[in-house]
Design a protein around this ligand. Structure first.
Ligand SMILES: Nc1nc2c(c(=O)[nH]1)N[C@H]1C(S)=C(S)[C@@H](COP(=O)(O)O)O[C@H]1N2
Ligand SMILES: [Mo]
Length: 259
């Protein structure tokens, strides 16, 4: 099956049409409805570009259904990782503000920048970029899937978010982690997803410093969730039990949006 970087803009319709023709059990159609196209793309590694690739994607899900089910039910399930040769360059830019232009991304002076940690944590001391950069880091190459119909593979370097939560003495039994960004974007995730081993507090991109348009100085890279659950330019991380939702979530996007 060919892997294309930019899915067809009509991929949702193509997939639905193909699903009508492919005979799926109710369990499989549950998977299809519960996951949606973005998650199916992450799961199967294929993008829908035409009717044939949509059918191939669905039959791939059917063929490996039991494996997929086991994977779905495993709280430690991993998003696929990719070789260097598959990195998408240039990596697309996206934002909630209009015009949707990288020129509008906030300009942050690293010397002035502080990360606030609030809510159910033992240590609410602010983090400078220097102190944050001294924590151990790892690199992973994963696919970012945007709900608007594109996906791209990128290389991200940063701190395992579970290590950061432990470093600040976060209450790991709290329900939610909320991210407030310096362009006023907001999103939040559940604690299980926050503790997932691939969830990363990202400082580096493609071997260099995280570029301004991709979230300088700090973003959350969470490859088990859709693109809008990956906040850029993070200024505050809050741990708490109150549901805080997020920007796109108030427009009806599914809050969990992940695997
Ligand atoms: N602060 C902030 N984070 C954000 C957004 C945004 O507008 N502001 N857009 C989200 C969406 S919808 C996507 S697809 C990705 C885009 O990230 P990129 O520009 O690095 O590709 O960022 C997500 N995080
Ligand atoms: Mo997105």
């Amino acid at each position: 099956m060919s892997i294309r970087k930019i899915p067809h803009p009509d991929s949702g319709l193509i997939l639905r049409d193909a699903a009508r023709r492919v005979d799926l059990s109710s369990r499989r159609s549950f998977l299809r409805h519960a996951l949606g196209l973005g998650a199916l793309t992450m799961l199967t590694g294929c993008d829908v570009v035409d009717g044939q690739s949509a059918e191939q994607m669905l039959s791939k899900v059917s063929d490996f259904n039991d494996r997929v089910q086991a994977w779905l039910l495993n709280p430690q399930r991993l998003a696929p990782e990719y070789p260097e040769s598959m990195i998408t360059r240039p990596f697309p830019f996206n934002s909630f503000y209009t015009p949707n232009s990288a020129d509008k991304a906030p300009r942050i002076d690293p010397a002035d920048w502080l990360l606030n940690v609030t809510g159910k944590v033992e240590n609410t001391q602010d983090w400078t970029l220097e102190r944050l950069s001294s924590l151990p880091q790892f690199t992973q190459i994963t696919r970012h899937v945007c709900i608007e119909g594109w996906s791209a593979i990128g290389k991200f370097t940063g701190i395992r978010f579970s290590d950061f939560l432990r470093a600040v003495g976060a209450d790991l039994n709290a329900k939610y982690v909320t991210f407030r960004c310096d362009d006023h974007y907001v999103t939040s995730i559940d604690m299980a997803s926050a503790l997932h081993p691939q969830t990363q507090l990202t400082l580096g991109f493609d071997g260099g410093v995280l570029p301004r348009e991709h979230g300088f100085p700090l973003k959350l890279r969470i490859p088990t969730k859709l693109g809008f659950k990956n906040p850029k330019h993070i200024g505050e991380i809050e741990i708490g039990d109150e549901f805080t939702g997020g920007f796109w979530e108030t427009y009806g996007y599914n809050w969990f949006s992940g695997l």
